[in-house]
Write a protein that binds this ligand. Structure first.
Ligand SMILES: Nc1ncnc2c1ncn2[C@@H]1O[C@H](COP(=O)(O)OP(=O)(O)OP(=O)(O)O)[C@@H](O)[C@H]1O
Length: 276
C-alpha cells in the first residue's frame, strides 16, 4: 500500500486549507474572518481536543466538521467524502447547553435520537437500553429532566447521541456549565464511552486541564482567525481516568498548553478591550 493510501485509511476526518468567513449579506465591511487556514487530520478512534482563546473559532471548526456550516474555501471530508450541509451519517454532536426536552422522559429523550433512523422496534429498544446503561441512567429511565441534576441531564444528551452508534462524536464544551468535580467525573464517563464504543471523539473545551486529562492529541488554536499553532501529544494509555490529574506528566502538559496559548489569549482579550 502506498503511503498516501495508508494515510487516507487512517484519517477519518480531513480538513485541507479550510477558511470560514462570516459575511452578512450586503455588508462586506462587517465580514468576520473566523477561522483558517486550517489543515487537520483526525485519526480513526483517537480522542482529539481543541483549546483556544475565547472567540477564536472553536465552535465554528466543530460546526464545519458536523456539516452545520460550510467552509468559505478549502475541503472538509468525513471518511473520504466531502461534508456538505448536513450532519453525515455516523457523526453525533453534543452541545454545551442542556438540550434535553423537559416534556419527555429520559427514555423518550434518548429515543428521540433515533427518530430519523429506520430500525426494527427490537433494535430500537436494544439501543436505548444500551445507552441508558452506558451513561448510568437505567434507574432514571422514566424520570423527567427536571428531576435530574445538570450533570445527569447532560448524560441524557450524550445518550441521545450514543443511540445512533456514531463513529465520530463531536462535543462542544459539553461540561461547560458543570462544577469542577462533576466535570472530572463526566470526563471519566466520556473516557469510558470512548473506550467502549471505539468511536473517535472530537472535543472543544476552554479548560486546559480537561483537554490534558482526556485527549490523545490536543490542538491549540491562535486568536481569531483561528489557526492551529501547536498539536500536543499527551502519551496517555487508553485506560486512563481522572486520577492522572495527580501525575507529573499532567502538569507538564497543561504548562505546555498554557505556554502556547498565553500570548494568543492576551491578543483575544486585547481585542475585546479595544472593542468595548
Ligand atoms: N453566524 C455567525 N455570524 C457572524 N459571526 C459569527 C457567527 N458565528 C460565529 N461568528 C464569529 O466568529 C468568531 C468565532 O466564533 P466561535 O463561536 O466559533 O468562537 P469560539 O472559539 O467557539 O468562542 P468561545 O470560546 O467564546 O465559545 C467570533 O468572532 C464570532 O463572533
Amino acid at each position: 500500500m502506498t503511503q498516501t493510501a495508508q494515510t487516507l485509511l487512517s484519517n477519518q476526518v480531513s480538513l485541507r486549507k479550510v477558511d470560514k468567513v462570516f459575511s452578512p449579506p450586503g455588508k462586506p465591511a462587517d465580514a468576520v474572518h473566523a477561522l483558517g487556514p486550517i489543515d487537520l487530520e483526525l485519526h480513526h478512534g483517537e480522542f482529539f481536543a481543541v483549546v483556544g482563546p475565547s472567540g477564536c473559532g472553536k465552535s465554528t471548526l466543530l460546526e464545519l466538521i458536523a456539516g452545520l456550516s460550510t467552509a468559505t474555501s478549502g475541503e472538509v471530508a468525513f471518511e473520504g467524502k466531502p461534508i456538505e450541509g448536513r450532519i453525515p451519517d455516523g457523526v453525533g454532536v453534543v452541545f454545551q447547553e442542556d438540550a434535553s426536552f423537559p416534556w419527555l422522559t429520559v427514555s423518550d429523550n434518548i429515543a428521540f435520537g433515533l427518530r430519523r433512523m429506520k430500525l426494527p422496534p427490537g433494535e430500537k429498544a436494544r439501543r436505548i437500553e444500551k445507552a441508558l446503561a452506558m451513561m448510568g441512567l437505567v434507574p432514571f429511565a422514566n424520570s423527567y429532566p427536571a428531576q435530574l441534576s445538570g450533570g445527569m441531564r447532560q448524560r441524557v444528551c450524550i445518550a441521545r447521541t450514543l443511540v445512533t452508534e456514531p463513529r465520530l462524536i463531536l462535543l462542544d464544551e459539553p461540561f461547560g456549565a458543570l462544577d469542577q468535580q462533576t466535570r472530572l467525573l463526566m470526563g471519566d464517563e466520556v473516557l469510558n464511552l470512548w473506550r467502549k464504543t471505539g468511536a473517535t471523539v472530537f472535543l472543544i473545551t476552554h479548560a486546559l486541564d480537561e483537554a490534558a486529562m482526556l485527549a490523545d492529541r490536543i490542538g491549540v488554536m491562535s486568536a481569531r482567525p483561528g489557526r492551529l499553532i501547536d498539536i500536543v501529544e499527551t502519551g496517555w494509555s487508553r485506560d486512563r481516568d481522572s486520577r492522572i490529574v495527580q501525575e507529573e506528566q499532567f502538569g507538564a502538559i497543561t504548562a505546555r498548553l498554557w505556554r502556547s496559548l498565553r500570548q494568543e489569549s492576551m491578543k483575544a482579550i486585547g481585542k475585546i478591550e479595544a472593542a468595548t
